[in-house]
Design a protein around this ligand. Sequence first.
Ligand code: FE2
Length: 156
Amino acid sequence: MDAHNQLVAGLKAALIDERTTAVFYAQMRDISRNYAGVEAFAEARKDELDHAREITELLEDLTGVTPPEAAQPVTPPSFGDYCQGLARAIQGERHAFMEYSNLINISPFARVNKALDEIRSDEEVHLAKFCKLYEIMCQANYYQTQQVNDPAVEKK
Ligand SMILES: [Fe+2]
């Protein structure tokens, strides 16, 4: 596959991922029990919807048509409790950051790379907020010790 086709395929996968994540984050927002959780997930959901719109536009420019991935139904991941959802969100943000970095590496288009770099920066903000939320909400004795070690989130 040449770079153009590889980029189009990667952007289509990213588009599905963004739209799926937006649905997932609405669920996380609605079950959050403190302001920090609502704030982090409401903001991240809005960003993911913006990303989906931007990626749709990039694909329209690259291919000349609106990709079917912009409208196909998506199913959010299932998760157990809030902390499991949060761990999943953290994993997803790390994954998204890596995927965008890969796409930037293969893309020869300055406009695409600028857009993806901005999207990647948003994912970095989400990751930082979710990691802190995980420490506060999901690690025992956070307020007692104020000592934070490596978060108990599996790294990929
Ligand atoms: Fe995103």
